[in-house]
Design a protein around this ligand. Structure first.
Ligand SMILES: Nc1ncnc2c1ncn2[C@@H]1O[C@H](COP(=O)(O)OP(=O)(O)OP(=O)(O)O)[C@@H](O)[C@H]1O
Ligand SMILES: [Mg+2]
Length: 209
């Protein structure tokens, strides 16, 4: 049975698609991974297209963009044929996102270090709690230090909001790897972005074990 991870956050541009692609690419090396893109913008589909077109094929990732009334059936199918399923969702809580949260073994909610990102995350945190699904904030694009990062981390602590301890920095490596149809662990395995992603993966694996 596959572990299902849903990446959701109402605010746009917080790193949902980047996170889905990078987790899938890292896991594809040694397990059966599927991506499920429920976002009509289809940027994950395009990343997957770039990946499939690479002359030296990287480890395969199954891909589906089934949405709407066929989503539940597709999830049932993927659950039995894959080891891990990563669901990317649009920047809104729609019916598909609700279903994807309900099906998840873990919900990840990326936030950039800004209060509006954190406020926007509240809806997803509440929905995951209502569905009794484990949920964690992922602080993304964080500067190494600074007042804003401190303010946001303090607000997370003050609200006792669930979060992953590891943080992804603001690193061009994420966009560079994405443009190649790769994850950072493939494009620059010794880079800082790959190191951060691996620490994030260790935490996630602990949670879905
Ligand atoms: N850790 C990071 N460091 C630098 N750039 C990042 C990082 N994470 C994401 N980005 C960049 O931020 C932009 C938005 O990321 P992404 O498309 O993953 O967000 P999203 O939440 O999926 O957006 P949308 O809500 O529109 O679907 C992209 O240009 C991406 O390359
Ligand atoms: Mg996206």
């Amino acid at each position: 049975m596959a572990r299902i991870i849903t990446i959701a956050q109402q605010k746009g541009g917080t790193g949902k698609t980047t996170l889905a692609a990078n987790l899938a690419a890292a896991w594809a090396a040694d397990r059966r991974v599927a991506l499920l893109d429920t976002d009509p913008q289809h940027s994950l589909a395009r990343w997957h297209g770039l990946r499939a077109a690479r002359p030296q094929a990287p480890p395969a990732i199954a891909f589906s963009d089934t949405a709407g009334w066929r989503l539940a059936g597709e999830l049932d199918r993927l659950r039995t044929t894959q080891d891990a399923v990563l669901i990317d969702s649009p920047p809104q809580i729609d019916t598909d996102a609700r279903l994807a949260i309900r099906a998840a073994d873990l919900v990840l909610v990326p936030v950039q270090p800004s209060l509006p990102d954190l406020w926007a995350a509240e809806g997803t945190l509440a929905l995951a709690a209502a569905e009794r699904r484990p949920v964690r904030l992922v602080v993304n694009r964080a500067p190494a230090s600074g007042r804003l990062r401190e303010t946001v981390e303090a607000a997370i602590t003050a609200g006792a909001l669930p979060r992953l301890a590891s943080v992804l920095g603001n690193r061009v490596g994420f966009a560079a790897a994405f443009a190649e149809g790769l994850g950072v662990t493939e494009a620059a395995p010794r880079g800082a972005a790959a190191g951060e992603l691996r620490r994030l993966l260790d935490e996630i694996e602990e949670l879905i074990r």
